[in-house]
Design a protein around this ligand. Structure first.
Ligand SMILES: NC(=O)c1ccc[n+]([C@@H]2O[C@H](COP(=O)([O-])OP(=O)(O)OC[C@H]3O[C@@H](n4cnc5c(N)ncnc54)[C@H](OP(=O)(O)O)[C@@H]3O)[C@@H](O)[C@H]2O)c1
Length: 240
């Protein structure tokens, strides 16, 4: 019963239709991007793949020693996403922000994802940084239930309810913002290699089965969103 109520509540909290998808970014492709969550699994892939695509990458990290990247087009800034001044400094001069922010404080209420994302959005609006691409998860908003039975009936309600509530607040903050946004909702993440074959869009996932995707493929799809308006102000699911 709790699982059903939680799923319904998450669905009710879903995104409302946004403005028509007209973006400014791909016209003059971004060159300078900020990666938040750069020391995490997806974040490391974002940094490596963005450098390979020719971007200049600034990484906002809590501890620079956790990111072993030495590249002339990389700048590492130490700071916490909950520190509005540090986020503002990191966003200054960027043309896009990619967020793979996450944490493991599952068992009590937190607002790290939503409060950190609000700091990012405020800085982007103040600094005219046009585009945010943010990873959340299948199971949020109108994708409620799409993580498969095991996650929908056990993992999300029993282990991740606080985390998913905060992800819901995070998505709502993004949808209400003035920036060009793309929310990317992956299935369960793996550390597998980049296959380059993935399914994306509304309706990805399954009521019955758990869908998965590698962090490397998620990162590639997130970077693709800097070069396309196809999912502007939309929240596609992604799965292998
Ligand atoms: N795991 C799954 O199966 C799954 C499925 C769907 C979606 N997702 C979502 O996909 C996203 C990426 O997941 P992941 O597993 O690749 O991430 P991850 O390895 O858990 O990395 C999270 C990143 O966020 C950073 N971070 C946490 N708190 C921060 C703070 N206060 N200030 C600045 N940075 C902070 C971490 O930095 P530190 O290194 O300093 O801790 C780390 O770089 C997350 O939002 C996750 O919830 C995960």
């Amino acid at each position: 019963m709790y699982a059903i109520l939680l799923s319904l509540a998450l669905a009710r909290a879903g995104l409302r239709p946004g403005s028509p998808p007209t973006g400014t970014l791909p016209r003059s492709r971004a060159e300078r991007i900020l990666v938040v969550g750069a020391t995490g699994g997806t974040g490391r892939e974002l940094v490596a793949q963005a450098l390979a695509r020719g971007y200049s990458v600034t990484a906002l990290v809590r501890s620079a020693s956790r990111l072993e990247v030495e590249h002339p087009r990389t700048t590492v800034l130490e700071g916490d996403v909950l520190d509005a001044a540090a986020v503002d400094t990191a966003v200054g001069g960027q043309e896009a922000v990619l967020s793979a922010l996450g944490h493991k404080r599952f068992f009590y209420p937190t607002r790290i994802l939503s409060a950190g994302t609000r700091n990012i959005l405020r800085a982007m609006e103040a600094r005219d940084a046009p585009r945010l691409v943010c990873a959340t998860a299948l199971g949020i908003g109108d994708s409620a239930g799409q993580m498969g039975l095991y996650y929908s009936l056990f993992t999300i309600p029993a282990i991740l309810p606080f985390y998913f509530w905060d992800k819901t607040r995070q998505e709502r903050a993004i949808a209400a913002s003035a920036v060009e946004w793309v929310i990317v909702r992956p299935g369960v993440l793996t550390n597998g290699e980049k296959l380059g074959r993935l399914r994306h869009g509304r309706g990805i996932g399954s009521l019955l089965w758990t869908v998965r995707i590698s962090r490397a493929d998620v990162a590639a799809f997130m970077l693709d969103q800097l070069e396309s308006d196809a999912y502007l102000r939309a929240a596609p699911g992604v799965a292998a």
